[in-house]
Design a protein around this ligand. Structure first.
Ligand SMILES: NC(=O)c1ccc[n+]([C@@H]2O[C@H](COP(=O)([O-])OP(=O)(O)OC[C@H]3O[C@@H](n4cnc5c(N)ncnc54)[C@H](O)[C@@H]3O)[C@@H](O)[C@H]2O)c1
Length: 277
């Protein structure tokens, strides 16, 4: 069982959806939660809700694409809340469409938030996590991947987004290898479709990537059919309690992942017959 009593948990993208449910789950387990989001109002709403339920949470405005600002924030959180024990690098955005019809600014934006954002968060929080590990305390990084990390879903195309989430899995697996034996654990959660505000991600798109844009309400239909953020996070915590690295939260992911796994296995078999070293 992942014991979060009195530990400091940091959750990015915690002003909405899965991040909010992660922050609430951490608080219910007794953690002091740093609720971080580019949208301070959303972060405040999460923190207020946690405190109203008897938990401990502080909201911070933080843009995961800004490494320098994130490093300053990491110092501030440590000063205000104490040594950090678990970070949920969860902030993420979404753009739909095939690769050749993805605008360069949207391509850059999803990579900047979903990939560079995870790198920035790891670099910013790892010193504190290493200190916690060295003191014999909990130290754990949980990155948010996706069903798009392990295969290409039938729903879509979400090509640039899928590429970012494959990158998150690659980074997280490297991180596990890099941190082996250092006392810092690493996990990745790969949710299926979850009913959140991700369909309207451009509501917070910074000006340098084209500015904010509100999606048509019908764009929410596909996500409305997903699991709830709370159920998704419940499944995540069941995996964390078991010390798992790769935590998949929706059985429907199997349908399009098994063909990918079979294709890789077949390519390896062909290579064995073709190449003798
Ligand atoms: N909803 C799904 O179906 C689904 C499935 C698999 C994975 N995910 C992943 O879950 C994570 C959370 O998404 P969600 O579905 O809860 O969406 P959401 O839009 O409800 O929440 C995302 C949060 O991230 C914040 N954010 C955006 N850019 C940011 C930035 N630069 N810095 C800090 N915060 C920023 C937003 O303000 C928002 O509060 C993302 O990484 C997403 O890719 C979602």
């Amino acid at each position: 069982m992942l014991d979060l009593k009195d530990v400091v948990a940091v959750v990015s993208g915690a002003g909405s959806g899965i991040g909010r449910a992660m922050a609430e789950a951490c608080a219910r387990r007794g953690a002091v939660v740093a609720v971080i989001d580019i949208d301070l109002d959303g972060a405040e709403e999460t923190a207020v809700g946690i405190r109203a339920a008897g938990g401990r949470a502080t909201a911070y405005q933080g843009d995961v694409t800004d490494l320098a600002a994130l490093q300053v924030l990491a110092e501030r959180v440590e000063t205000e809340l104490g040594g950090v024990n678990i970070t949920f690098n969860n902030a993420g955005v979404f753009t739909a469409g095939p690769l050749d019809r993805t605008r360069p600014n949207d391509f850059d934006w999803v990579f900047e938030v979903n990939v560079r954002g995870v790198y920035n968060a790891v670099v910013s929080w790892l010193p504190a996590l290493r200190r916690s590990a060295a003191a014999g305390k909990l130290a754990h990084i949980v990155n948010t991947g996706s069903e798009n990390s392990i295969a290409v879903p039938t729903m879509g195309p979400f090509s640039a987004y899928t590429a970012t989430k494959h990158a998150v899995l690659g980074m997280t697996e490297c991180l596990r290898r890099d941190l082996k034996g250092n006392g810092v654990n690493v996990s990745i959660v790969c949710p299926g479709v979850v009913s959140t505000n991700l369909w309207n991600a451009k509501r917070a798109r910074p000006d340098r990537f084209g500015g904010a844009k509100v999606a048509q309400a019908t764009a929410s239909d596909a996500l409305d059919a997903g699991r709830s953020p709370e159920d998704t996070v419940q499944t995540l915590f069941e995996g964390l309690d078991q010390g798992e690295f790769l935590i998949v939260t929706d059985p429907r992911i199997r349908a399009f992942t098994e063909p990918r796994l079979a294709e890789v296995a077949a390519a390896l078999d062909i290579c064995d017959t073709r190449v003798k070293l």
